[in-house]
Ligand binder design. Structure first.
Ligand SMILES: Cc1cc2nc3c(=O)[nH]c(=O)nc-3n(C[C@H](O)[C@H](O)[C@H](O)COP(=O)(O)OP(=O)(O)OC[C@H]3O[C@@H](n4cnc5c(N)ncnc54)[C@H](O)[C@@H]3O)c2cc1C
Length: 535
């Protein structure tokens, strides 16, 4: 049966997509007083926004493509984001080992230029060029919290220990890490706290203009129930599905196209003892990272492969696994094999199709397109990065403001996400305080809670004095109290949501433990389709 909303149910903005861009726009718009509804067909961050490399970064390699606007905006944004979410993000140092055999990706503007002025380099990256790139990286976007680039003697430093003997010199620069799927959940939660209606497992199946309004039909994944919604403006933030939504649901003949580029990662047990990342340059001119991950693991990625279509589930193919293993084996003393891989994941970049030859070269910048030609306005979101999600939302609101006179101005830059209202430098002390007040927490447990929830860790632990007061122990320090919190405040509905997106405890929990969690969540008192309690 199709539910017809009453006249009062018309919202200002209807957002399709609960990835970082949809949730970022919903939060910003709700905070400016707009009546916002968001529909996500799966879980929050169920697609690309939980499958990234998880860096707030300027994108050192984009300098070779002369993408100065994107790099400058992203560099400046790192510290704004870090300040607003010091729990789920933190600074990281990146060690870039240098060897004279390192090559450019063949089609970058920089490599073309170098071929002309220094043909004898034959596509190799000279050290001075890397230094120049890092100088620009340090200075383009302003930098107050993050330390600058420095040279590292690999023969006499812990950074050199895991690397093959041929590497003696490296550069070390700063970027930041972020837990991408928690970023999305916290944006959705904050949007809800500011009045937005967040509908998960709700697919938009059609959207038609009716004069000044959009008439949007949704279908529930739970029971197939359909509903009609009316909105003054529609935002298509469908990520890899942005083109499908345009064609299939909206029946638009827009000329804009999305280019789907798959990127895969492998996860191994911790490869080295220090807490820094490596930025590795391959013989094919591409780059890859190794990143300390979830306290006991190392994350390695990524690949760049053309992807067939949004409905084809991205997986890290055996060929991609071997590619990544070979890539890092070119650097490491201890050679990795497939047996070292404990988990893989894969995501699809929804890039604006700028006609670039290779997947690696396609622009990572975002493009916003407004279509108001047929009546009620539509905003389509192409591309973008986790790093630029807040700026993208601000730019989207600039476009949206044209249709909602007297909208208040930008506000998100200085406002912390839930649980993140503390200074970046306070985190170690707060983690220590958490352990002091709840002495049953292990170091791993306290660190995990602080990195996931920040100050909200106190709400979750409440007045517990022993672990058994936190409800069932599901394994890997996951307790009933935490799961209940995730169901009540962060829209978690089933075990997958909890162990792969609200946390990464799936890396540590057994299949039987996850099944027990699933059973418990089905019966949880404040369980199914948990009502979100605005914090
Ligand atoms: C391998 C890889 C590595 C990356 N690394 C980084 C990085 O380190 N740093 C960085 O800044 N960026 C990175 N990115 C880029 C970043 O992850 C993406 O740009 C960003 O996540 C895109 O977010 P989105 O909201 O546009 O799309 P998505 O997260 O895919 O969200 C779109 C949502 O729309 C929903 N949807 C689609 N159709 C419908 C419908 N009809 N009804 C309802 N819902 C619908 C989908 O289910 C999906 O959840 C990386 C990307 C990849 C793939």
């Amino acid at each position: 049966m199709v539910q017809q909303p009453s006249r009062q149910a018309i919202c200002d903005l209807f957002v399709i997509g609960g990835g970082v861009n949809g949730c970022g726009i919903a939060r910003d718009a709700a905070g400016r007083g707009l009546d916002v509804t968001l529909a996500e067909m799966n879980d929050l961050a169920g697609a690309t926004s939980s499958a990234s490399t998880k860096l707030f970064h300027g994108g050192l390699r984009y300098l070779e493509y002369f993408e100065f606007r994107l790099v400058r905006e992203s560099l400046a944004e790192r510290e704004t984001l870090l300040t607003a979410m010091p729990h789920i993000s933190w600074p990281m140092r990146f060690v870039l080992p240098y060897h004279k055999s390192m090559r450019f990706e063949g089609e970058t503007p920089t490599s073309h230029l170098l071929k002309m002025i220094m043909p004898w380099m034959k596509g190799r990256r000279p050290a001075w060029l890397i230094r120049l790139g890092l100088f620009l990286y340090d200075h383009l976007g302003g930098r107050q919290l993050l330390p600058p680039t420095e040279s590292v003697d690999l023969k006499n430093s812990p950074q050199g220990a895991p690397l093959a003997d041929k590497f003696s010199k490296a550069y070390e620069y700063s970027d930041c890490w972020v837990d991408d799927s928690r970023l999305v959940a916290l944006n959705a939660r904050d949007a809800a706290a500011r009045g937005a209606k967040i509908m998960l497992h709700t697919k938009v199946i059609s959207a038609k203009r009716d004069g000044d309004l959009w008439v949007i039909e949704t279908e529930s994944a739970k029971d197939g129930a359909r509903a009609i919604h009316r909105a003054r403006m529609l935002v298509n933030a469908g990520g890899p599905w942005v083109g499908d939504i345009l064609e299939g649901a909206i029946h638009s003949n827009s000329a804009d196209r999305v280019r789907l580029v798959r990127g895969s990662h492998i996860v191994t047990r911790k490869l080295y003892d220090h807490d820094k990342c490596y930025f590795l340059q391959g013989q094919d001119g591409r780059i890859a990272f190794t990143i300390p991950y979830e306290q006991d693991f190392t994350l390695i990625g990524t690949t760049d492969e053309e992807h067939e279509g949004p409905s084809v589930k991205p997986v890290c193919t055996p060929a991609e696994q071997d590619y990544l293993l070979n890539f890092v084996n070119g650097y490491l003393k201890r050679q990795l094999t497939r047996d070292d891989i404990v988990w893989t994941y894969s995501g699809v970049r929804p890039l604006h199709d700028d006609g670039a030859k290779s997947a690696t070269a396609a622009t990572r910048d975002y493009v916003l397109k407004v279509d108001a030609s047929g009546g009620a306005p539509l905003l389509n979101v192409f591309g973008g990065k986790i790093t630029t999600y807040r700026r993208l939302a601000e730019s989207a609101l600039d476009e949206i403001a044209a249709f909602f006179p007297n909208l208040p101005g930008k506000w998100t830059a200085g406002v912390a996400l839930p649980g993140g209202d503390f200074a970046v430098s306070e985190k170690p002390a707060l983690t220590g305080q958490l352990r002091a007040e709840f002495p049953f927490l292990t170091e791993f447990w306290a660190t995990r809670l602080m990195r996931a929830y920040g100050r909200d860790a106190w709400q979750i632990l409440a007045d517990a004095t022993t672990p058994d007061q936190l409800g069932p122990d599901f394994g890997a320090t996951l307790t009933g109290a935490e799961v209940r919190w995730l169901m009540r405040h962060e829209f978690a509905r089933d075990a997958e949501d909890v162990v792969w997106r609200r946390s990464k405890l799936g890396l540590r929990m057994s299949a039987a433990e996850i099944a027990a969690l699933e059973e418990w969540m089905k019966k949880a008192p404040d369980g199914t389709n948990a009502k979100v309690v605005a914090a």
